[in-house]
Ligand binder design. Sequence first.
Ligand code: SF4
Ligand code: SF4
Length: 189
Amino acid sequence: MAITIKKNVETEGLIRRIEQMTGTDLSTCYQCKRCTSGCPVSKLAGSPPSEIMRRLHLKAGDELLDSEIVWMCVSCETCSARCPMGIDVAAVMDALRQLAREKKAAPQEGNVPLFNRAFLETVKFFGRTYDIAMIAAYKLGTRKFMDDTEKFPSMLKKRKIALLPSLKGDRKTTRRIFQKANERKEAER
Ligand code: SF4
Ligand code: SF4
């Protein structure tokens, strides 16, 4: 597959920043593509994970933040588990998402960043995910209150959605994790 890179000779590209953010040495990637072969979204996204790694090596700049996989990645961590060099590819995707938000890069389609935010805010508040609150936050953002509501009764009946939040969430620990992540983000700026 041909890879198009808008090379910026004046900068090192994104690779050093991503390495700082993930604490990973990306230069050890030798393009075996095991990350891509296990990735559940690699066939849907324009650039699979191994290509993202290659483009980072080739000094890709902010254009990489517009890649579909940045928001299609479901953080399953299969890529990290399969990498023979121990590269945390999923953390690279997280870092790209964080940078894409900071730099307001355009997501390809849909409201994935909004969904992402709604999910994280719910986890932060309840200590674990709580579907009803997440759906409410997402719908407030999209203002499409009636979309997909016909699926709600059957999901409720099949117990795919709980009406009340779980009491098993460790709110204190979760908030501490969010606080530390914020402190780290501030320190990186
Ligand atoms: S599995 Fe690891 S070494 Fe292989 S292409 Fe992916 S990141 Fe590179
Ligand atoms: S973490 Fe993301 S990039 Fe890695 S295998 Fe899962 S979906 Fe693909």
